[in-house]
Design a protein around this ligand. Structure first.
Ligand SMILES: N[C@@H](CCC(=O)N[C@@H](CS)C(=O)NCC(=O)O)C(=O)O
Length: 202
């Protein structure tokens, strides 16, 4: 299996954390995208131009991150990160949607604030994205008790999303006023899968 990824992508990190949690990291060949012109789309294997994507031995290509994560979870042995019970799965997938949406808003805000040429930046759109992040953090703080102690695709997405805020928006101090979430993250970030995938400086 060939994973097109970047160590700085929170979506790719979710996939790598999943692979480590499932003991599948050694089966993956890691490739990096061509970042020379990000406006062209960095991953030709995905029509959407995004990473991560996973190429299987038969040449099929899977995307996006949640599809790859579910594939890895079901690949060998019993799935453990995606519950089989329909009600339990709906809860976990909703937590994933919240965390992934927060990460997506933060990632888009970074693009909107730093990657777009000066004249094409939109303060009101960036503020809208910032509000989505703030509201998601507020919701996560309120629901920590419902996911505390669990390791599934929902909590992995929360961990990778908060890690991304530390990486790109440290000055916003997401921990302020969110003690329960901060405490949860402190512990979750100690998992070997999370420690091994901390984005590099820069
Ligand atoms: N929904 C996608 C989001 C992936 C995504 O936004 N990846 C970013 C890197 S963090 C990307 O490839 N951006 C390049 C682009 O949009 O052109 C997933 O979960 O895989």
């Amino acid at each position: 299996m060939k994973l097109c990824y970047s160590p700085t992508s929170p979506f790719a990190r979710k996939v790598v954390v999943t692979a480590i949690e499932k003991g599948l990291r050694d089966q993956i060949e890691f490739t990096q995208p061509d970042l020379s012109d990000v406006f062209k789309g960095i991953n030709p294997r995905n029509p959407l131009g995004k990473i991560p994507s996973l190429e299987l031995a038969n040449g099929e290509v899977l995307f996006d991150s949640i599809v790859i994560a579910e594939y890895l979870d079901g690949k060998e042995g019993k799935p453990t990160l995606f519950p089989s019970d329909v009600n339990e799965k709906a809860k976990v997938m909703t937590l994933h949607a919240l965390a992934n949406g927060m990460t997506d808003a933060a990632f888009s805000r970074r693009w909107g604030e730093t990657m777009l040429p000066e004249g094409e930046r939109s303060p009101s759109w960036n503020a809208r994205l910032g509000l989505a992040v703030e509201n998601s953090l507020y919701a996560l703080e309120a629901m920590v008790d419902s996911f505390s102690g669990k390791v599934d695709i929902g909590t992995i997405a929360v961990g990778c999303g908060l890690g991304y805020l530390d990486f790109r928006f440290a000055e916003d101090n997401w921990r302020s006023g969110r003690q329960k979430l901060a405490q949860w993250y402190e512990e979750f970030a100690q998992r070997p899968s999370m420690r091994d995938t901390v984005p590099p400086e820069g």
